[in-house]
Design a protein around this ligand. Sequence first.
Ligand code: AMP
Ligand code: GLY
Length: 424
Amino acid sequence: MRVLVVGSGGREHALAWKIAQSPRAERVLAAPGSDGMADVAECHREVAAADAEAVLTLARTARVDLVVIGPEDPLAVGMADRLREADIAVFGPSAAAARLESSKSFAREFMARHGIPQPRFAVFDELEKARAHVEAVAGPCVVKADGLAAGKGVAVCDDGAHAGRALDEIMAARRFGSAGDTVLIEERLAGEEASYYAITDGERIVTLAAAQDHKRALDGDRGENTGGMGAYSPVPLVSPAIEARIREQVVVPAIRGMAKEGTPFVGVLYCGLMIDAHGAPRVVEFNVRFGDPETQPLVVRMRGDLLPVLDGAARGALDPSAELGWEDAAVCVVLASGGYPRDYAVGLPIRGLDAAARASDVVLFHAGTRRGADGRFVTAGGRVLGVTARGGSVAEARARAYAAADRIAFDGMHLRRDIAARAT
Ligand code: AMP
Ligand code: GLY
């Protein structure tokens, strides 16, 4: 099979790396891909991940059998619809189904319609009314921009003053542009976070495993929300009994609900969950694509062949008995640019990549790098690398990931030191 991966980040590197290992993969292409993933995919740098027409043209000229869309933005604007209209098999939801991620208010109202457990919430499109609401709540709450904001449009607030500042930033200063024209104010849930993944063709389901990412920039879950500073899988907290509850109360009603509403969901449903002290899951968010960086530990743990599962889902013929099989554990530590998630410098030389890549059971996924004029890698994004290791336990994988990360350096490099610490 010829497979085209759309995107250029660490998640897409991880997907291309995994797909390239499939005996069924004859050729793996990426649009645009990156210098760092050129060893696993033929990268078409001229094709932007957001450009549906260019992706379609490439899929046709290269006679691609399957397109796997990595990021949420092209899904939100209908890239999957466009490819499907042209009879190209595509792993990823329609724009209508992608609203589970692209509109947080749509997702909350959908969950309410289908009895999926979630926090209390209210939706506002006027700053004054939103302000009055947080003043009335007068305690902890969560303020969210309705639309896509690269994982950064969420403020977890301790009190009304904090929430007021978040509202100003989102609605008055419009830090996230039109994504913040509507806001949600949610009950602030307590518990442990985990995410859970289910691949579906709209009807049949193959569940993957639980993972946990670390969204805050600094150790101890301090600092701002980011796209994710690291991730690990499995999550010991998610016992088989809790996993069964997640399937029954979240995954199945969501996938059935989307089909019933006439917008069947095809692709991977990412369930961001808060698990309370009694093991009850509630949905923090749905995403409509693989997690970044959660995909990095998931594919490094995954023994089986992912490609037939992606392809089956894309063709409406998913084999629900597919067993992917999992290694014990994997941990991904993100090396970020100093200043991320706000401003940061790029073009800084990265040292130690070869030494880190030689470590056994370690895979380096490139998130934001490019080759400089001398052919060596330099930084090119906020999240630069995802140093991912497998091990016989989360503790072993974690030790390997940090040992490899410590061989890498660039000016201003920032990493969290407590990735997966909770699970060891
Ligand atoms: P989201 O982009 O919706 O996943 O939110 C980013 C992060 O904010 C989540 O991973 C949680 O850590 C936190 N968060 C979001 N919603 C809530 C909530 N209702 N209660 C507590 N924490 C939340
Ligand atoms: N790591 C969070 C996300 O992919 O949305």
